[in-house]
Design a protein around this ligand. Structure first.
Ligand code: FAD
Length: 547
């Protein structure tokens, strides 16, 4: 497909002819104001994290022009979101909601179905609607970023923390509905949301949880952000990683500010990871590890300095282990294979008790070293972890995107139990397949208790077609091999959604049949984000849209 250029006509969604599209856009402009509807007829610009496009995937792993919208619309209120959804039903135009569209590594701002109209909720709906300092909760609109929520709380002077992912420019709501993660004790974002307001594909509006019970004189329910489950089926889950509704308001729990101490521990041998994980498990289950800690491969110590790969190694092939270690030797982490980043919380005596146990347990790995922030220079990554793990949004993590020219990433993110034997299976296949397809392997385990998110980032050059082809091949093979061993991903890029959905196929695709039943009931015209999470509405099924 050709790249839309200045003056060129936007791509059309399937089943919509140019006249119908033009008529529909004219009507949308009429109802929302023409300044709030923008055709995708300008050159596609990838920008960068803070100036990301809302027309396509800035980290395109297929042709840049493949995953593109036809237009973007900017609603200013929930009523306008409802109006857009009714408009989409009238003209059978697929729409794709984004909050900020910084979902880089998972598809950015792009729609799954080419030619869909992007509903960019973030530009105009960006209010922090409420901060409850007593019960430590807030209600946000889709356009509230981690930076914005942090600043709003700072203004109130309340002793409250947010939980932020490794980069803070994303939407609190968007990240949560995509079930993203952060690193304080509130790091499982979806587990810490409380109450939603959702526009259904029909245009109807619902409130979930206690929000369904009107407060006195029509006020918001006083317990809306206090209790998640309320009464009857708990439906919030079906609005995460789905295409069943557009979330326009969401409650989040905030963490009461507390004292904290971050630290890092290095481990000398590659094969140490099994023992490390088996040490982590009881510490996590007994809540001695205060947060969602990360166990990172040492190559990331090099990458997060922001220096390109070429600074460390001239070859095109993956950096050999001995080269990585020869550089690590001269860095604060020293010659090691793994680096564990953790944080403990609470008053000094509590932290001391936790740290004593943590040091004692990890000391069982021969050659491990315990390091505190005061032991490393001011620009060391450990200081960025101190901020992230105490709720201060950051951008430092972007530094590893300097690794290659035109660098973009794809995340392979399987879940395993917190057990060395499971970690070994996944880690071995990821290492082997990265090598086979010619990529450096940069894995991180994010441990949340009984399970670990294993995040392996494939870093590729967007201008190199061969690298892009290999990145896709590597992902597809990792997904298939992991699934054959019983491991599945928690989240993925748009182009792998179908493949991953199929791996969750127990009972002859029973779960997908349930999802499709819900989809067809809620969205009979199939207008909302067709194909997201591998769920296709009836009118698009079996027509070759699945990948
Ligand atoms: P959006 O792009 O707005 O939303 C994400 C998706 O959710 C959308 O594509 C859409 O399908 C759906 N959606 C959004 N809004 C709505 C709505 N209102 N109703 C229904 N569906 C909706 N992610 C993490 O979770 N943790 C990390 O630690 C992390 N680290 C990263 C580090 C780097 C260097 C980079 C580049 C990315 C990282 N990411 C991480 C991925 C990503 O940047 C964040 O998850 C980011 O918060 C997602 O973008 P967003 O918040 O703007 O969400």
């Amino acid at each position: 497909p050709s790249v839309p250029r200045a003056g060129e006509l936007p791509v059309l969604p399937p089943d919509v002819d140019r006249d119908t599209f033009n008529k529909a856009i004219a009507e949308l402009k009429e109802s929302l104001g023409k300044e709030h509807v923008e055709l995708n007829d300008k050159p596609l610009v990838d920008g960068w994290y803070m100036e990301h496009p809302n027309t396509h995937d800035a980290f395109h792993v297929v042709e840049q022009s493949e995953l593109v919208s036809s237009a973007t619309v900017y609603p200013g209120s929930t009523e306008e979101v409802q109006a857009i959804v009714r408009w989409a039903n009238k003209f059978l135009i697929p729409v794709f909601p984004i909050s900020m569209g910084r979902n880089l590594g998972y598809g950015g701002a792009a729609p799954r179905l080419r030619g869909s109209v992007i509903i960019d909720l973030g530009r105009r709906m960006k209010k922090v609607l409420k901060i409850d300092g007593q019960n430590a909760t807030c209600i946000v609109e889709p356009g509230v970023t981690y930076f914005a929520l942090y600043e709003e709380i700072q203004k109130t002077g309340l002793p409250l923390w947010i939980d932020t992912p490794d980069v803070g420019g994303g939407s609190v709501l968007g990240n949560c509905v995509d079930r993203g993660v952060g690193y304080t004790p509130y790091g499982d974002h979806f587990a810490n949301h409380c109450g939603m307001e959702v526009v259904l594909p029909s245009g109807e509006l619902v409130r979930t949880g206690m929000g369904a019970l009107p407060g006195k004189n029509g006020a918001d329910n006083p317990s809306w952000q206090a209790f998640q489950h309320a009464y009857g089926p708990s439906v919030d889950g079906i609005f995460s990683q789905s295409n069943f509704g557009i979330v326009t308001k969401m409650g989040m729990w905030l963490m009461p500010e507390t004292e904290h101490q971050s630290y890092m521990i290095t481990f000398p041998k590659e094969e140490d990871f099994e023992q490390i994980i088996d040490i982590i498990r009881p510490l996590a289950l007994n809540r001695i590890l205060g947060n969602i800690p990360q166990l990172r491969s040492v190559i990331q110590e090099l990458a997060v300095t922001g220096k390109p790969k070429s600074h460390f190694y001239q070859g095109k092939d993956p950096v050999p282990e001995e080269v990585i270690r020869s550089h690590a030797k001269n860095m604060p982490c020293g010659d090691c294979a793994w680096v564990f980043y953790g944080t403990v919380y609470g008053p000094e005596e509590t932290r001391k008790m936790q740290l004593d146990v943590i040091r004692q347990e990890f000391a069982k790995v021969p050659g491990s070293k315990f390091i505190l922030p005061q032991d490393v220079p001011e620009d060391h990554y450990l200081h960025a972890r101190v901020r992230i793990c105490s709720g201060v949004p950051e951008l430092r993590e972007l530094d590893w995107l300097n690794w290659k020219p035109n660098c973009a990433h794809l995340a392979f993110s399987p879940i395993t139990p917190t057990k060395g034997e499971d970690a070994k299976i996944v880690h071995e296949l990821v290492t082997r397949l990265h090598k086979k397809w010619g990529f450096d392997s940069l894995p991180t385990w994010c441990v949340s208790g009984r399970e670990m998110h294993y995040i392996a980032e494939i870093l590729f050059d967007r201008a190199d077609e061969d690298e892009k082809r290999r990145a896709i091949a590597c992902m597809r093979e990792m997904i298939a091999e992991a699934a054959a061993q019983g491991y599945g991903e928690y989240r993925t890029h748009l182009i792998f959604m179908d493949q991953i959905a199929r791996t969750y196929g127990w009972g002859d695709q029973a779960l997908m049949r349930l999802n499709e039943t819900i989809k067809d009931a809620l969205d009979p015209n199939g207008i909302l984000a067709p194909g997201r999470a591998g769920i296709w509405p009836k009118r698009f099924r079996g027509r070759g849209f699945q990948l």
